[in-house]
Design a protein around this ligand. Sequence first.
Ligand code: ADE
Length: 257
Amino acid sequence: MRSGPDSVAIAVVTIFPQLVNAVSEVGVTGRAVDNSVLKLSCVNPRDHTSDPNRRVDDRPYGGGPGMVMQAPPLAGAIAEAEKVNGQVTGAAPLVIYLSPQGEKLDHSLVLELSGYSNLVLVAGRYEGVDERVIEALVDREVSIGDYVLSGGELAAMVVIDAVARQLPGVLGHGDSAAQDSFAGQGVLDCPHYTRPETYQDMSVPEVLTSGDHQAIARWRRQQALGRTWQRRRELLEEGGLSKEDKRLLQQYLDAQN
Ligand code: ADE
């Protein structure tokens, strides 16, 4: 049973609110916003600068290429984001800075973050943000993978989507999130099929049209285990398999040879 909050307020600090706000308009996250399970807002650091041209970046001390986001506009925007979220939830905020230097996002971190009802996500641009903002105002630094994006917005959107799908009522089926790849079982998802039954001479696996629900569940588990073994073996080594899983996996591997 899930014990986290029923809704989450997420405020994103970004100079591109139009990009982040797109998650409110479509799909699962859009529905979560419509149902007030996800309260999404954006705060623009450009609204918190005294510069007449609304600049929020400057040259790096010590020289070198690129620009750095300045502390004062970011600090002002983070304070505003905390205030906005504070109006919808009494909970204390968790402030996350998205960057390639952060801890890598995975399913267990998503579950941990979905335990908070007040998240402030700080999306940087340029070469990064003044380190003193991170030191003084950021609780956690999160990366979505070992590659560099042009800014933290897409990473923030990944966090928003992954967290929102954990909230009750956001997905169509109550237990869909629990059945997601990685959820609990630490294995990849099984293959899925829908009509037509034959497509380009490829038929749907017979068991799926058999009506035998136990056999279908067994087949799905076996496929999930087999694919995990072939594609991400380290996941199985981390988790440890039950006797029945070992038997299903062995049968899968035997059938491949
Ligand atoms: N900003 C730029 N690259 C990023 C990454 N890989 N993860 C999170 N934020 C980022």
